[in-house]
Design a protein around this ligand. Sequence first.
Ligand code: SDX
Length: 376
Amino acid sequence: MPEMAEVQRGLQDVVALESRICFIDGRQGRLIYQGYDIRDLAARSTFEEVAYLLWYGRLPTATQLEDLHRRFGELRTLPDELGQRIDQMPVGAHPMDILRTAVSALALFEPEETKPGASSIGGAQRLTAVLPSILGQFHRRRSRLPPLKPRPELSQAAYLLYALVDREPTELESRALDVALILHADHELNASTFAARVTASTLSDLYSAVTSAVGTLKGPLHGGANERVMELLDEIGQVDRTEEVVKAKLVRHERIMGFGHRVYKVEDPRATILREWSRKLGEAKGDLRSYELLRALEAVVHQEKGLYPNVDLYSGSIYSLLGVPRDLFTPIFAASRVAGWTAHVLEEYQDLRLIRPTAKYVGAVDLPYVPVSQRG
Ligand code: SDX
C-alpha cells in the first residue's frame, strides 16, 4: 500500500482552495466579507448590500442597491405549479425538508438556469429572493394564514418576517432580523458551503448546489443547532437549574448546542452582536427570560468546558421574540446563507477544479473469491 499523507478527520485545518469571499480569523475572532469587517456591516449595512457585496466583490452604489431591491421584489413570486406542489406537501414535514424539496423542484420550472455552468448572478438573485416565499407558502398553509403577496416594497428581512408571522414588522423587528441575515450570510468553507462547492465543482448547476447545501445545513452540528438551543432552554427552565442540567449532559458526553466551533478559538464575533440584539429586543418586548437563561448557560459552559458561544446560541432567542415558530429557525439561516452559497458556487465556476479528496484505505486486500454455493 503506497505511503499516504496523514488523515485529517473532518478535513480539519485542510486548506482546500483560495477564495476572496470570506476570511475568518479564528484566533482573533474576526470575520470579514470581501474585505469588510462583519462589525461594520452589521452596524451599518443591510442584507441586500451584503448579498451584492458577496456576489460582486464590492459594495453597491445607491442605484445598484435600488436595482437589487427591485429585482428581489420581482423575483419573489413562485411558479404556480410549484405553489400547488408545496400545498400538497405534508403539513407535518420539517420546513428544512420542504425547503430542500422545493428548491430542487423549482429547477424543473426554470431549466434555463440549470444547464451545466449556465448559472449566473441572476440565478443567485432568484434563489435568494424566492426562499422566503417557499417558506411562507408552506407555513401560511399549515397555519391557515392568508396567502402570501410578493410585497415588493418590503426589504428582504421585512418580507421574510411578513411571510412567516403575517404582520407588519416594526422598524426594530425588521432591523433585528436584517442584522441576523447579515451575520448568517457567509462563513467561508462551512459544511453546507463546502457541499455547494463540491456540487458545483462537477459543473453541476446552481439549483443542485443549493439543494445539496440545504440538506447539509439541516444537521444539528451545523445550522440545526439554533432550534436545539431553544429546546435546551425549555429543559433548563430556570436560571438556577442551569448548572445541574449542563453538568448532567456533559457527564453523558452530550454536546451543548450553540457552543464550540471548528475555527473560532475565542468568541464567535457573530455571537457577540446577536447577544446584544437578544438583549435589546428582549427589553423592547419586556421579555428577557431567554436572554437571562442564555447568559447563565454561557457562564456554566465556559466554566465547565472552556467553550465559547457560536452564532447559533442567541439567534433562536431573537427569532422567538419575533414570533417565528421554532422549526423555522434553521430555514431563516438558509434564507440568509443562500447568498454565500451562491457566491461560492459562482467563484467555483470561475476557477473550476473538481473537488475529489482521497481516503486512506484500511480494509483487507487480495481476498480469494469464494462462489456463493461454497459460502457457509
Ligand atoms: C455552525 O463551520 C462553520 O463555520 C459553521 C457555522 C457557519 O456559520 O456556517 O459557524 C455555523 O454550524 C456553528 C456550530 C453549530 N453547532 C453547534 O452548536 C453544535 C454543538 N457544537 C459542537 O458539536 C462542535 O463544537 C462543533 C461541531 C461545532 C465543532 O466541533 P469540532 O471542531 O469537530 O470539535 P470536536 O468535536 O473535535 O470537539 C473538541 C472537544 C471535544 O472534547 P473531548 O471529547 O476531546 O474531550 O470539545 C468538545 C468535544 O467533546 N466539544 C464540546 C462541544 N463542542 C466541542 N463539548 C460539549 N458541547 C459542545 N458544544
